[in-house]
Design a protein around this ligand. Structure first.
Ligand code: ZN
Length: 257
């Protein structure tokens, strides 16, 4: 009985074992362009898990699917380009006229699939689109971090550096903004992540020291506590990388789809 129970437990544990690290999956999606109405053949996530928060992109505080080119939709007709989660939400009627003007001057390489249009070309158009629709500083900072991530992955060190410097300026202002006090811990970790990637180890350490004593706040106390613990773990991991003299990009083998 005891052996059977042990076996059942072992099988149960095996079944409950985490899926392989790259177990995110995508499926086809026909998506209408909110600007021109063209019916585009895109893809959308079908499955993923909390393991995405353990992947190396966490050292830049950006997460799948932003790390994957498939999440950046580009209309094959009017060239409207933005992340899939903004496709309907941010491209509202008030912006249509200005977007058409901006996109009239835009070119993208021809391709039989949006995924084959180089990610950095799509991001360049997306930056113009986001300038029109307007982003709050937190989202803008994340956009520039994402540009930095993809530029570094494509070997475009200067473009990565420029994007990260813009993100750093925003993150520093957010970290010092009293209205952002509830999120100051995360903003300071973002500052540390960016300083590390920009080669300033001492500055990164100082930002981590400032972040370590803070706690996130919010109406959902349990969620704030969970995010605080996640950031504390990340702070410890970042300190290890700094102590090892590792200022590198994250060689994102596991989220390099
Ligand atoms: Zn379109």
């Amino acid at each position: 009985m005891r052996a059977a129970l042990t076996l059942a437990l072992a099988v149960g544990l095996l079944l409950a074992a985490p899926l392989p690290a790259r177990a995110t999956t995508w499926g086809p999606a026909q998506v209408e362009c909110p600007l021109c109405g063209h019916d585009n053949a895109f893809e959308r996530p079908m499955s993923y898990g909390s393991y995405i928060y353990r992947w190396p992109s966490r050292f830049q505080l950006i997460f799948w699917p932003a790390t994957e080119g498939r999440s950046l939709y580009a209309c094959s007709s009017c060239r409207l380009t933005c992340f899939m989660w903004d496709w309907q939400q941010r491209i509202t009627a008030e912006h249509h006229a200005r977007l058409r003007e901006v996109l009239a001057d835009v070119t993208l390489p021809a391709a039989d699939s949006y995924r084959k249009v180089p990610i950095l070309d799509r991001l360049a158009v997306a930056e113009k689109v986001y300038e029109v629709v307007g982003l709050d500083p937190v989202t803008r900072c994340r956009l520039y971090r994402t540009v930095g991530y993809h530029a570094a992955k494509q070997g475009q060190a200067e473009r990565a550096r420029a994007a990260r410097q813009r993100a750093l300026d925003l993150a520093r202002a957010l970290a010092d903004d009293p209205a952002q006090a509830a999120e100051a811990k995360e903003h300071r970790v973002v500052v540390a992540c960016l300083l590390r990637l920009l080669g300033d180890a001492d500055g990164a350490r100082a930002a981590l020291d400032a972040a370590a004593g803070l706690k996130l706040a919010g109406d959902d106390a349990a969620r704030a506590q969970g995010r605080t613990e996640y950031l504390d773990e990340l702070i410890a991991d970042l300190r290890k990388r700094l102590d090892a003299g590792d200022l590198s990009d994250d060689a994102p083998a596991r989220d390099d789809h």
